[in-house]
Ligand binder design. Sequence first.
Ligand code: GDP
Ligand code: IMO
Ligand code: MG
Length: 427
Amino acid sequence: MHVDILIGLQWGDEGKGKIVDYLANKYDVIARFQGGPNAGHTLVIDGVKTVLHTVPSGIMHDRPTNVIGNGVVIDPVTLRKEVELLLSKNIDVNKRLFISKKAHLIMPTHKVLDAASEAAKGKAKIGSTLRGISPTYMDKTGRNGLRVGDILSSEFKNIYERVREKHLGLLKMYDFEFSLEEAEKPWFEAIEFLKGLNLIDSEYFLNNALSKGQSILAEGAQGTMLDIDFGTYPYVTSSNTITSGACNGLGIPPTKVKEVIGIAKAYCTRVGSGPFPTELDNEVGERIRQIGGEFGATTGRARRTGWIDLPALKYGVMINGVTQIAMTKADVLNDFESIEACTAYEYDGQRSEQIPYDLCNTAITPVYQQIKGWNTDLRKYSTYGELPKEFTDYLSFVEDSLGVPVSMISTGPERERLVFKDVLASV
Ligand code: GDP
Ligand code: IMO
Ligand code: MG
């Protein structure tokens, strides 16, 4: 049938996991298409919190199958832990989870290279999650990588040794101490564990599903502003986080894509280094961080906080072809008398809604519009009609600025806290 794509529109952590979990039962397949265990997608079901790093966020449901696509990079140790956690919750992983043989493997030496490269950058570090993401994608595009399917080859150990040797050569460039012994044993044990999971030719699996009339939800990781091509380079991740990444990362044709659901917080956060024009490095920012629990789901780092950035969101809507928006975490602003929204940037003596080429080295002054707060606990509402006027005015303002509807409003971390404006057109 068709594919809908769900992506983050900011710098990650927009609440993608929560929305995918809610929507998952409406689809036959949920498929992750890029990134790796740098992601942390949080689900809160019946008061229990689960953070997924590699496994798609549809895994808690019985209906959909979950596919880890070729575009994802997998740390077998992290994946094993995730699968064991799910098994301990009586989730039938064997029936629900399928892994592309073309997905690349994160090796212990990739993690060391990530750490060594960050340490060498000093103050200019990217703020990587140190999960080995960038070195693994470098080996993929450099045509040296190890793929999941390779673990089934009798030559696997030799291929591993060859790439490991290359990494040890590279590590000589850095003044960085490391030990691999502790990491390699569990890694090889996890490879044995991986052999017991469903390893598939995922491009056939997904296209066969489409031919049978099934629907697919492609789950993005990170966010548009962390995209390797269109994000705030070099302070980005190493994959295409945007809509087009779903076609590469799953092997599905663009002609099958229908809805593009962009996820955005009612404000904005970023974790790690790099430009963040609307950052609030003050008491207000701290208040948002505390109320919103803005601490990383993967690394526990404090997230930087700021007001909503409409020029950046407009950029995301344009690049991704967003057809509808899910706004999350509006409840975090419940007690604010007034909030602000950045409507334009001032730089080089001009006012513009366009993101400058070098956001890292352009002095930007955000132009803000003040918005009256709603001063109401949004968590108590379950239908659109009940929402306070000040809040629906804010939604209308965002919709008018971006030219797309806000179809879902998340008012809390729990699965059921979601208000729909328009029912999803295609599912
Ligand atoms: P993801 O990476 O995009 O899936 O997002 P994360 O899970 O890293 O971060 C989102 C955080 O906000 C998690 O702790 C969620 O449980 C929480 N969350 C999601 N939606 C809402 C919401 O509408 N309101 C509040 N207060 N928390 C939310
Ligand atoms: P989810 O899917 C927020 C950030 C890191 C760092 C930069 C590069 O949970 O939204 P990397 O480890 O990829 O080399 O780090 O990208 N980053 C994320 N920030 N959410 C994420 O994922 C992220 N994944 C990577 O903090 O700034
Ligand atoms: Mg996250």
